[in-house]
Every structure is written in C-alpha cells, then in structure tokens.
Design a protein around this ligand. Structure first.
Ligand code: G6P
Length: 613
C-alpha cells in the first residue's frame, strides 16, 4: 500500500524515480510525487496516475541525480495534488515520503499548530516533516540523523519513510516500522524501494530493513542503525526475480498474464517438493517443525482477502487428508479478540505479499502467546517470510495485478502439499494413497492448461452477455464453497458488480429471495460427492428463473442439460478441484471487467499490499 522509491548516483534521478513509481503503481495509484535535491529542493506531485506526474516532469523539466518518490493510496485526506507525497517542511528544505499511518498525528498536529506551525495538507505525513524540522532546528548540536531518531520516538504508528534534506544533498535517510523498505546496492549508486520491483533491473544485491531500523545512504555507502542508535551489520541478499517476470510479456493486462501463467506457477510450486520417485512430499521449509505440526492440537489459519479463501480450502484439506482440526480466521478479527491460542497450537498465516498489516499483527499476537507460527508466502524477503518460525514459499513469481490469481492457486497447492505431508507423517495416508494423490497432483498443470485453452474463448463470449448484470451469485459446496467466495470477490474487485458467494445449501436461507430472471447464478458443480445436491440447487434457481452458469465436469454431465451456460473442466480428486474450478471464474471476471472498461490491474480504491490496519 503506497510505494516508495529513491535513487542516488549518476543517472538522471527523475527517470529512475518515474520508472520505479510505474513499477510500484500496483501498490497505490491515487497520486504520485517526487522530490529531488539539485542545489535546492524541487518537488513535483500530481493527483492520479504516475503518467500525470511523468507528463508534468516532461513539461517542466527536473534535473538532479538524487531524490525520492511516492505513489499513494490515500488514508488521511482525499487524493489531490496537495495531499500527495512528498511533504515538505515549512522552510522548504526537508521532504518526506511515507507509507503507513501515524496514529497520534492529530495530537502532534495540534501541538505543532499551537507552536505556530502551518499545515498545507490533510495528511498524517506532513506532521513528520514539520516535527522533524522543528527538532532539527532546535539546537545546533543535533545532527539530522539524530533529529530523525528523536522525531520517530514521538511517533505512534507505522511507517516506511524516505527523507531528504538540502543540508545533506548527498544523502537519503530511510526508516522502517511496520512498512517494508529495501535498499538496492549498485556500482556507485543506491536505490531504495518499498518492494523489489523498481530495483530489479538495476541490481540484484539488496538489504531488507527491519522494524525499528533506519539507514543513511550515500551513492557508495550505507549505514544501518536502530532508531536507538545501535549500529548494525546487515546481510546482503540476492534477488531471485528477473525483469521479465514483472513485465506484461505481450498480454494486455498483468491479470491475464498471471491467469495464463498458472500451469507454470503450479508446476513451479510443486517442483522438487512433490517427488514421484520417493512417493513423498518434501517441504524443506517446515521439515524442522514437522513433529510439532503433526502433534499440534489444532491449526489456526489467519489471512485476508483471497489468501483467506485459500485458507478456507486449507481447512477442508487438513481435515480430510491429515485429520487435523483447523479454524480459519480473518487476521483482522483474530488479533482484536482475546484469541485462545498458545503452546501446542499452530498459527498458519497466508499472504501473497507477506506484508499485510493485519496478518502481521495476527502473527505477532500468536507468537507472543507461544504458538508455533508458520507462513505461506509468495514474496521472498517479506516480513512474514522472515518473522515466522518456519514456512513454505509459493514460488508463483511476482504477482502485479491487484486481484490475486496465480498466488491463490499456488497457496492452495502449498496447503495441499502440507496436508499430504502431515497425513503421511501421521500414518493416515498410506503409500497407495500417497501414490494416487501425487499422480493426480502432477497432472494438475496440464489440466489447468487444458482449461485455459478450451474455456478462454467460450468464457469471453459468455462474458459479453453478462457485462451489465447488476448482481451475481456464486454457489459452491465443500471444497468449492471457498471458490464461490473467491469467484465473487474477483468479480467485485475488478468489475465493480455486486457479487456474493454462498455455500449452496445456504441459498435457501436468504439469497434465494434475490433470484429472478436478472440474476446470473454461477454454480460450481465439480465435486463428485456433492453433485446430486448441486443439481437440486440448480433446479431451485431455475424454478425462480435465475440464469445458471455452471462450472462442471464429465462426472456431473447432467448439469449440462439444466444449465443456461456451462464450462466443462477436467475431472480430478474432489480435494484438488478448487485448483481447476477457480480458473474459469478468474477468466469470467476478467472479461466482464474488460467489457465494462474497468482498469483491471488497478481497480479503484484497492491496493495490492495492504500495509495499514
Ligand atoms: C489486498 C489485495 C488482495 C489480497 C489481500 C491479502 O486486499 O487486493 O488481492 O488477497 O490484500 O493480501 P496478501 O498479500 O496478504 O495475500
């Protein structure tokens, strides 16, 4: 949520910053701005997309070799030019960009106003610029770095911060608490960013800042300390992603590219882990805690959004394959209760970004209470991947489209592998069971490929018939109930059509009242053990003139005759079915959104990585 970029070196800073902001735009796209120091502080900012800012800079020109930039997802104050970052101190010498939320900003603002300071914006961030200026100017003996430390000690809340000051035109200062920041180390140049995407084309050497840390960066050096002034030696990591992974590769949208990448991302996720030769599942990341997992009293899964839906699939998987009790929680609710979790329990957090604020908070809460905390995460180096006791990466590759697609399927694959591994360890799954599951798992990439090849065009055509539907209902049972939720979420997120997902049997307890000839109902009828029940549900919808779009397979061919539209998918084990049934739903929402002229990759009001609570 919000993107930060910074550069110091020999290149034209505005070019690096604009390019970086475009790569970060998926994190927030309400407004964007940059601040460069070239003799004096030069700030340019604009409401709307990074393109608006880029045009402004092209028109007005902006020279200099160091600066910071920001793309915003508004929290305090509407998206307009003034509320855009960077925010500048009263004397025009300090510029600040900020991700996160300053919780005590109103009291700080009042105190500063009482001392005669004037604010230009409605943001919480401007408080930092003005407070920092006041502290720095209060004594000749305070260095700018010390002034930052003193300022941060007065701040309650979360921040990823980048700061420049005309008094030190060869330095960028950064600090982190709860909002990610990394430093890219080049040859006589340095980059900073809130995730690796702006850095990857320049260098693969990075340092991840941890909470409570700050750094002072020059073109050829960096110094990392804690906010309390303890000097630190940080490990330099190597980025594993390449530039091609964060570009569209000829697809009109990242989302479509990512949907079509799924045969590969699912295979990548299983590579070296689903081992046919040994008839086993090898998950190196959780090997050391396998005994604790196997003997756990229960697993609590905490996540948000799409990751929460994969968690729900995980509940069915662990209960069926590993006979382990599972509860699935919205991370935000888990942390605000007084959760009964402790030693003997496992908290499993699932997050594509590894930075979702509520999920991080749930993780910390469970750790505090003594539970073993495991993570399923896509972004290597993210906070969740570093702060959990152990975990498994999804290896889906960078996901740029705000609406999650390939991360969901990869999360479900990881959950499947974990459940199978635990089931095997517990002796619940015998060698023959494992053989059967492993064979089927390894066939999934080609089954997804088949769906993409055969269903894409029919879905595209069908989507045009539903472009203007005001509402949608999605129904599923068992493993496909979470898929119904996910299908509805996808449509809602990118097309702005109101959509709800329900367990099919719940329809008669409320949603059935909504059904008439205007209501498309997507029915996921592709799990063998619920097929008959789904047919009854379809009949109930039909009796009320609802229009049925069925996702079905040959094991349930009767559905074809009673549906208005159907998409056939290959058969698989019921427990793997979400990995196939979700694909047509992703495509359906994509094409409807495109038909409606929506910005598929950057839907209004949303952000990819939600780092505020
Ligand atoms: C945001 C994104 C969703 C995502 C959710 C959780 O709302 O728009 O696509 O599912 O955050 O994100 P995470 O990175 O924790 O999976």
């Amino acid at each position: 949520m919000c993107g930060i970029v910074g550069y110091i070196g020999d290149r034209k800073a505005s070019d690096v910053l604009i390019k970086g902001l475009k790569r970060l735009e998926y994190r927030g796209y309400d407004s964007a701005g940059v601040a460069l120091i070239n003799g004096s502080l030069e700030v340019r900012k604009r409401k709307g997309k990074v393109d608006h800012l880029s045009k402004l800079i092209a028109k007005e020109g902006l020279s200099g070799n160091m600066g910071i930039g920001h793309t915003r997802w508004a929290t305090h104050g509407e998206p307009n030019d003034v509320n855009s970052h960077p925010h500048v101190s009263e004397n025009g010498k300090i510029a600040v960009v900020h991700n996160g939320i300053i919780e005590n900003y109103s009291s700080l603002k009042k105190q500063l106003a009482d001392r005669g300071k004037t604010f230009q914006s409605q943001t919480d961030t401007e408080v930092i610029a003005l407070l920092l200026e006041e502290i720095y100017n209060s004594s000749f003996e305070i260095s700018f770095e010390e002034a930052i430390q003193l300022t941060l000690k007065q701040i309650v809340g979360t921040y990823g911060l980048a700061i420049v000051h005309t008094d030190s035109p060869d330095k960028i200062y950064i600090a982190r608490k709860g909002s990610p920041l990394l430093l890219g180390i080049g040859e006589n140049e340095m980059f900073i960013a809130s995730d690796a995407s702006p850095i990857v084309e320049f260098t693969n050497k990075v340092i991840y800042l941890d909470d409570g840390e700050m750094a002072t960066i020059t073109r050829d050096n960096y110094k990392v300390k804690t906010i309390d002034d303890v000097v630190l030696t940080k490990e330099v990591h190597e980025l594993a992603i390449g530039l091609e992974e964060i570009e569209k590769a000829g697809y009109p949208h990242f989302m479509l590219k990512e949907i079509f990448e799924q045969p590969r991302s699912i295979a990548d996720c299983m590579r070296g882990r689903v081992v046919k030769e040994t008839n086993s599942i090898q998950l190196g990341g959780i090997e050391d805690v396998m005994d604790e997992l196997v003997n756990a009293r229960r697993i609590v899964i905490a996540a948000c959004g799409t990751s929460w839906h994969s968690g729900l699939v995980g509940e069915y998987l662990f209960e069926e394959l590993a006979k382990l009790p599972v509860e699935v929680e919205y991370a935000s609710e888990f942390r605000y209760r007084d959760p009964l979790i402790g030693r003997g329990d496992v908290l499993l957090v699932i997050s594509q970004s590894g930075e979702t604020a509520d999920t991080l908070a749930a993780m910390r809460e469970a750790k505090k209470r003594g539970a073993l905390v495991l993570g399923i995460c896509n972004v290597v180096g993210s906070t969740i991947s570093r702060d959990t006791d152990a975990g498994v990466f999804t290896h889906a590759g960078p996901e740029i489209g705000v609406a999650s697609t390939k991360a969901f399927t990869a999360q479900v694959v990881v959950l499947t592998m974990m459940a199978l591994a635990v089931g095997k360890h517990k002796g619940i799954l015998k060698d023959d069971d494992m053989r059967m599951y492993i064979n089927e798992l390894l066939m999934l990439p080609s089954k997804v490929e088949y769906i993409l090849e055969h269903a894409n065009e029919p879905i595209k055509k069908m989507a045009s018939l539903f472009t203007y539907a005001p509402n949608f209902l999605y129904l599923g049972r068992s493993y496909n109930f979470p898929v119904a939720l996910e299908g509805a979420l996808k449509l809602k997120e990118i097309s702005y059509i109101h959509a709800e997902g329900y367990p099919a049997a719940e329809m008669k307890h409320g949603p059935i009242a909504l059904i008439d000839e205007m209501m498309p109902v997507v029915v996921i009828a592709a799990t063998e053990h619920t097929n008959d029940k789904m047919i009854s549900n379809i009949e109930e919808v039909k009796a009320r003139k609802g229009r049925i779009i069925a996702i079905m397979n040959d094991a349930n061919s009767d559905v074809k005759d009673i549906s208005d539209f159907h998409i056939s998918i290959p058969t698989t084990k019921d427990c793997f079915s979400p990995l196939l049934t979700v694909i047509p739903l992703q495509l359906l929402s994509y094409y409807i959104a495109v038909n409606r002229g929506c910005n598929v990759d950057q839907p209004r009001n949303l952000a990819k990585s939600v780092t505020v609570e």
